[in-house]
Design a protein around this ligand. Structure first.
Ligand code: SIN
Length: 331
């Protein structure tokens, strides 16, 4: 065999080996852990992200989605992320208190008039800056995701704040939410999302606050005969990763993963309102829970009872951040 033929056969063999090697190389795994059901804005966004990554990166990146607290509850997921056990999560904005004070702004009662105001605030300079508020803890905020405005569900009808006095309400791990319920003489209990149904069913607690989407998909409406349409607060999310994982993604991979995430977030945000409206309708159709509409006077009583909480947290959150959020109601 001539030297030339031998050389080209050797390089052909090397090429085949490299190609085979590339084909069997381990994909980068992104474990996306969340606590809600698949038929929710977050559940749907996570599935969309998985599909888009597959479309853009084939078997280079493998997204594994774990819904319903299958992998971690929100109270452990960020620690797991910093240990490298999970790569993507979208906890509710109420669950970051251990990491930053500023995001507590999103928990202030009766802050946002509607989801359009929330959207404007999140897109404002202050909202974008808040995405970096976890930076010194090693976490990177990649974007906001909507769920919607919260309603109060209970075992008895709640029309005025006095109706809630003495009753036990499950809350997320947020001192602002604790203060909100204390302001109406109710008893707040910080409990994981995965335990809420059983706490309600066994009547260990009297009520909870959540979006229609969560009240429906977690079947809370089956064990809570009354839902007061208060729209008093917000459940939205921040999609986060650990800075070391995200920044360590290969240069040719990260932009495609980021593009997939941007598209998936746009999709999730576009369906959130409709998902909540459909969930509300499904609850009405079930006949299992009565939705109470407040008169303007009744609603005003809740506003007046809960709004003093703003002053309690103004120093921690920053008055400038609160003012920017209030300004987003202007349109
Ligand atoms: C979620 O929507 O991710 C959970 C909210 C909650 O804990 O109530």
């Amino acid at each position: 065999m001539s030297m030339l033929k031998f050389a080209s056969l050797t390089s052909l063999a090397a090429g085949i080996m490299m190609a085979a090697g590339a084909a069997v190389a381990d994909p980068i795994t992104i474990k996306f852990s969340h606590v809600v059901a698949e038929n929710t804005p977050k559940g749907q966004m996570a599935i969309k992200f998985q599909e888009l990554v597959e479309e853009k990166l084939g078997d280079q990146v493998d997204v594994e989605v774990y819904p319903n607290s299958q992998l971690y509850g929100d109270d452990q997921v960020l620690e797991a992320m910093l240990l490298g056990d999970v790569q993507l999560a979208a906890p509710s904005l109420s669950k970051f208190q251990k990491y930053t004070d500023q995001l507590q702004v999103f928990d202030l009662p009766f802050l946002f008039e509607d989801m359009a105001a929330v959207e404007r605030f999140q897109n404002s300079a202050t909202g974008v800056q808040l995405l970096t508020s976890l930076q010194d803890k090693g976490l990177i905020g990649l974007g906001y995701l909507h769920n919607g405005l919260k309603q109060l569900s209970a075992s008895e009808p709640l029309r005025v704040p006095e109706d809630a006095a003495g009753k036990k309400f499950r809350i997320q791990t947020s001192d602002v939410l604790a203060a909100q319920f204390k302001a109406i003489d109710a008893v707040p209990l910080k409990k994981p999302f995965s335990e809420v149904f059983i706490l309600l069913q066994t009547q260990a607690i009297d009520g909870q606050e959540n979006t229609y989407s969560n009240i429906y998909s977690q079947k809370f409406f089956e064990v809570q005969p009354y839902i007061t349409e208060s729209n008093h607060g917000l459940i939205d999310y921040m999609v986060v990763s650990s800075a070391s994982f995200w920044n360590g993604l290969p240069e040719d991979v990260r932009p495609k993963v980021e593009a997939a995430l941007k598209q998936a977030l746009a999709y999730g945000n576009s369906i959130a309102l409709k998902e909540n409206q459909e969930a509300k309708q499904a609850i009405i159709d079930s006949g299992k829970s009565e939705i109470i509409t407040l008169t303007p006077e009744q609603r005003q009583q809740w506003v007046e009872a809960m709004k003093p909480v703003w002053d309690q947290f103004a120093d921690e959150i920053g008055q400038d951040v609160i003012d920017a959020a209030v300004a987003s109601n202007e349109g």
